[in-house]
Design a protein around this ligand. Structure first.
Ligand SMILES: Cc1cc2nc3c(=O)[nH]c(=O)nc-3n(C[C@H](O)[C@H](O)[C@H](O)COP(=O)(O)OP(=O)(O)OC[C@H]3O[C@@H](n4cnc5c(N)ncnc54)[C@H](O)[C@@H]3O)c2cc1C
Ligand code: SF4
Ligand code: SF4
Ligand code: SF4
Length: 388
């Protein structure tokens, strides 16, 4: 049976827990809220299915892939759609097509108080919650079984998520039901910790004396596609508040970019390449100028879309009238997370241990993310820059 000895070897996809017919596997959180499988030996009959389904290794299934992906710069023709999505609204164009034909769309939305979780949508209104990047690992509990039930009921399903999630789902669903399943992954630099995100919200609410009622991890409407600035709205105010790094204060964005709270598996991710485990891959098209210097001149957003299978390509044929699309060459689209996993912060483990013992605020102070240590380190950086 599945036995995660080193947390690096598990991405938390839930395929093992979903396939166990004896419900012997429960996904339980670690100190930062990342879920890992735990087997109840009283229920386990040692059939080995959970081990077999695990795809978090370099031998994941790409048997139906084209010899290499076909790459495009893409942007939805409707600028309102572009402005509501993270990059060029490619996800919206594809999911519109599925929903308009009675299909189901799965993606990352919110449950409870901005806890990031995968959800099922049958309408465009429900789907709209999945727009925008949420820089937190989304909770997949129970979702793979819902997808299977939809497929068994003859429905068409589009599942969007990280490549480790699509890869796990593909293995769990198997070949017989896969005909009506469309997989769409994102180019992925890694996922931050659910508990740190929840604690960050609580910290902001204490600081501002009001409940958060809106979040945007990367507000392009206000600041443009290229910048990375988070905004929040608090109850009782109609104005969005933007947070930037300041002396003695830190932002969630800063924390994300430090890679100090990424899932351990993200540092050894086997999916950071062009061998994609999905029919379609979407990403921010960094370096779009190399394909066409005018395509994103207004900085409103530009998708990179990779078609990895015949099935993905056929779906593309049906939606290409909704999009402005230009073919791109593979050398022109390469970015860090298509060639290697993120480098996890050297103090990642120490961060987790300290967090488990002392919680959010003390850990932020200890690791120089907040308070006098941060002020000193920023002054130091400024002096070095001036000297240079
Ligand atoms: C954790 C994370 C890491 C990323 N890393 C990179 C990167 O290294 N390089 C890069 O070019 N782009 C990265 N992206 C951005 C990603 O490329 C964009 O989400 C993508 O371009 C979609 O743009 P869109 O306008 O078509 O979709 P939108 O309409 O904005 O839809 C967003 C899509 O992303 C999915 N999604 C959002 N948050 C999550 C989540 N937490 N887990 C799983 N799926 C999620 C939704 O289900 C939906 O399909 C990352 C996004 C996330 C969430
Ligand atoms: S990677 Fe997925 S299938 Fe493998 S052990 Fe972790 S949760 Fe289970
Ligand atoms: S070995 Fe079989 S019964 Fe035991 S946990 Fe894995 S899938 Fe369940
Ligand atoms: S970096 Fe890899 S392991 Fe981490 S969330 Fe993304 S796809 Fe999964």
């Amino acid at each position: 049976m599945v036995n995660v000895k080193d947390p690096k070897n598990c991405c938390g996809c839930t395929a093992c827990a979903s396939i166990c017919a004896h419900d012997a596997i429960e996904m339980k959180p670690d100190a930062l809220g990342f879920l890992y499988p735990h087997v109840d030996m009283e229920k386990c009959i040692e059939c080995g299915l959970c081990e077999k389904v695990c795809q978090f290794n370099s031998h994941y299934d790409t048997i139906l892939n084209l010899s290499q992906p076909l790459a495009f710069a893409a942007r939805h023709k409707d600028i309102n759609e572009v402005m509501k999505s993270r990059s060029g609204a490619s996800f919206v164009a594809v999911s519109d097509y599925i929903l308009e034909r009675g299909g189901i769309v799965y993606g990352a939305g919110y449950k409870d108080h901005f806890r990031v979780a995968h959800k099922r949508a049958t309408t465009k209104e429900e789907r709209d919650e999945f727009r925008g990047s949420k820089y937190v690992q989304s909770d997949m509990t129970g979702v793979f079984r819902l997808v299977k039930r939809d497929l068994q009921n003859g429905l068409t399903v589009l599942f969007s998520g990280t490549p480790c999630q699509t890869s796990g789902l593909k293995a769990y669903i198997g070949n017989t039901l896969s005909e009506r399943l469309f997989l769409m992954d994102i180019v992925c630099q890694g996922v931050p910790a659910p508990i740190v995100w929840q604690d960050y919200i609580t910290y902001l609410e204490k600081e501002y004396g009001s409940k958060v009622c809106y979040v945007n991890f990367r507000d392009k409407e206000k600041f443009g596609w290229k910048s990375h600035i988070e905004t929040f709205r608090f109850e009782g105010s109609s104005r969005k508040k933007a947070f930037r790094n300041k002396h003695g204060r830190f932002t969630y964005t800063y924390l994300f970019n430090q890679h100090i709270e990424l899932r351990h598996s993200c540092g050894v991710c086997p999916y950071t390449n062009l061998k994609r485990p999905s029919d379609i891959t979407i990403a921010d098209y960094w370096g779009w100028q190399r394909t066409d210097p005018n395509f994103n001149a207004d900085n409103k957003g530009c998708s990179l879309v990779l078609f990895n299978t015949e099935k993905g390509l056929n779906l593309f044929e049906t939606i290409k009238n909704q999009m402005n699309i230009i073919p791109a060459t593979l050398p022109n689209i390469m970015q860090n997370h298509l060639s290697r996993p993120s480098e996890v912060h050297p103090k990642r483990m120490a961060f987790e241990k300290h967090y488990a013992k002392y919680g959010f605020v003390k850990t932020m102070r200890k690791f120089g993310l907040m308070g006098w240590r941060k002020i000193v380190s920023e002054l130091h950086k400024r002096i070095l820059k001036k000297l240079k």
